[in-house]
Ligand binder design. Sequence first.
Ligand code: GCB
Length: 593
Amino acid sequence: GADNALACLHDEDYDVPFNKQNLNYEGLIFVGGREAESLNGEWNFCVDLLDTGLRQKWFAMTPMPAEERPEPYDYDPYVGETVPVPSCWSMLKEKWYFFEGSAWYTRAVDIAEMPADERLFLRIGAAQYDCKVFLNGEFLGNHYGGSTPFNVELTDKAKVGQNWLMLCVNNARTLDRVPMRNTDWFNYGGVYRAVELYRVPKTFVKDLFVRMLPDDTYSKIAIDVEVDGDSSQSAKVSIAELGIDEEIALDANGKGKVIVEAKPELWSPETPRLYDVVATAGSDRVTDRVGFRQIKQIGEELFLNGKSVFLRGISVHEDDEFQGKVLLDDDLKQRFQHAKELNCNFLRLAHYPHDERASKLADELGFMLWEEIPVYWAIDFKNPATFKDADNQLRELVKRDRNRASVIIWSVGNENPDTDERLAFMKGLVDTANEMDGTRLTSAACLVNHTKNRIEDRLAQYINVIGINEYYGWYEENFDDLIEFLDNSDPGKPVVISETGADGYIGEGKLEKGFFSEAYMAEVYRKQIATLKERAFVKGISPWILYDFRVERRQNMYQRGWNRKGLIASDKKTKKEAFKLLSDFYATLKEER
Ligand code: GCB
């Protein structure tokens, strides 16, 4: 009662205890082949604009009939409205469309038994943007970053019988976050990827990293395994089709590594060959399907498996007219189907980590991927906490996806202002990517010196591939400046045109010519294609963008809350004229090779 009353009087520091701890993608990192208990489904739900729940400690309320409550509360987490998990609340009710702030999710978790030789982990696929986790009234931690998975160990927290799990998810935009307040995509809120419980033996495979070493021999597979629990045991890793069956000794930290000679059939978009990998430690067993390939940059060249490669790409957001963030398998499949119709071999998954099913599908279907963290525009580069957040998002992404052959590029940012703080910040991220994974390339959408009209970015020296977003014919109205721009630039490294394009509105009231008309958009594509194909250092293109996508900041009568640069409209069906232009261009490139 007294606590509750005080909560109304004082505003300071009510949230401090809940922002201290930071949850990560740790503990149980490798989930391949494990059986999970899904916690998807209906959860009790309430938006909480004023953070009353943290002030009044809603999480500490015990479930009981309303008439027995000893004191009044302004919400009862255990009864009332429900929403499905996963989902974006923005898409569920019109009054939640622009909601930015905290929202509470509550559900019962029934635990039949808690054997002494097992451990229990809660895994949350993603929650936008921070997520405070409570179990049976106890605060277990807070995760920052809206697009990567994280874990909470529940072994000593959960009890046999009914438990109450609560998540307080907050999608408010602030200056110190990654991204910050201003982005060119919609700020959806919610728990929008799977929530699962995993039971593992006391000794379990915590992490597994399997890849071909990029040493030009195409014959060495490196396997890193990490075991939690009894590290006096060894781990075993086998790839039956390659005759690999290795016993791996573990150090005191449970870590072990081997390099094995093998001659796998190489993974490529043309032959997306994958091998079944099995790892065991004690009674624990995990599996994965892994492709082996080498991606390399030398000077201005890019090589896949020793052959020079051109990235016939398309950029894509994780956005859907009805779901918000993409939630459905069919939607993901349709995306790759459209990329195939475009004759692509490459996708830029902009501007944040997409659902982990995307890279798995790309592995199976044969697409190379650029994966990215939302170090977007002018984030707070001088703030160490902001760096920690960005670095953690990158680490979580790399841990999640580093067995995926499809992923060839880790991108550490997009169009960031040229300052010393930004350079140090982004170099730090490149170092993290290289330290965690020496088998991929690094990139970023780099800077253009608009006065000199040339590529100029101090970050370029630290990365392998220079991404360039250029909008000649659109934001840069004089198209011919592109020719001068390319003439003036001497990158010394492969350039991927990570964005180019124009808005083309094809709905009611559409224009026949000029900005925002489909015809104008097609003309920009025609000119871009003709100009870019002539440049030796351009080693790839991923135009902006596959589908029209929702965005708050674009409100003219042709946009109405949508970025209309999609080659396909927001219905994900209606193709614009430029679709065929790009598809035909990529078809000729495919034939030439
Ligand atoms: C860009 C940004 C992208 C925007 C795009 C646009 O340079 O990287 O996020 O959506 O331009 O349409 O302006």
